[in-house]
Design a protein around this ligand. Structure first.
Ligand SMILES: [Zn+2]
Ligand SMILES: [Zn+2]
Length: 68
């Protein structure tokens, strides 16, 4: 009996969707994994969330107010 092995799947930590192994990407900002469904494309990169996209653009916690 040649039982077919099911394809290895992982779960996306963001949406909990089962995804094919290797389809998860690590966010360049927070290093958390995300699937293509969760990916936020911007600035020619992919981020796990809009929040991380914002961090990439505005910087992390070092906001300079230029309202003066
Ligand atoms: Zn992230
Ligand atoms: Zn996802």
């Amino acid at each position: 009996m040649a039982a077919k092995k099911p394809k290895e799947v992982e779960r996306c930590p963001q949406c909990d969707r089962p995804v094919v192994e290797g389809d998860l990407q690590a966010c360049i900002i927070c290093r958390s994994l995300f699937c293509q469904e969760c990916a936020v494309f911007d600035y020619g990169r992919q981020f796990c969330t809009l929040r991380c996209r914002g961090f990439f653009f505005y910087g992390d916690g070092d906001e300079t107010e230029k309202d003066f």
